[in-house]
Design a protein around this ligand. Sequence first.
Ligand code: NI
Length: 171
Amino acid sequence: MAPRDIIVLPDKKLRLVSETVTKVDSGILKLVEEMFQAMYEAPGIGLAAIQIGEPRRVVTLDLAGKDEPKAPQVFINPEIVWSSEETNVHEEGCLSIPDYYEEVTRPAEVKVKFLDQEGKPQEGHASGILATCLQHEIDHLNGVLFIDHLSKLKRDRVLKKYTKVAKRAAG
Ligand code: NI
């Protein structure tokens, strides 16, 4: 099965608010599988379902290093229930905004509630790169992109660039 395409800026779907998953059924598990396939193929470390065009509240992550075994993580209906006042700056990128990286300031630690692949409620505490990635992906579920955390000047510049690229590709 060929991996699903990842949608890129300025695709309007990226601005959709994704729907809550009411039941973790075989359809959701298939979606999770397709998300990992697209994410590893890219390759990337995180993906929200909307990035393959499915407006569902599902996030996949794998933060394992290059030479480490795979460490897939799935978050269904993830919700930040607490964020630290302390912030962190990380350079972020996004598979839907290819080849663009910029530093983003976010809370350094978060507590997240979510459902696992068995549909069981879980709660986790995240810091470091995991905290950043979770916030980045949960933003996607709300139609928010990491460029929204940058200055208007930088954001407009990026939007313009990707709109131009898309127009050129469309001929
Ligand atoms: Ni992203």
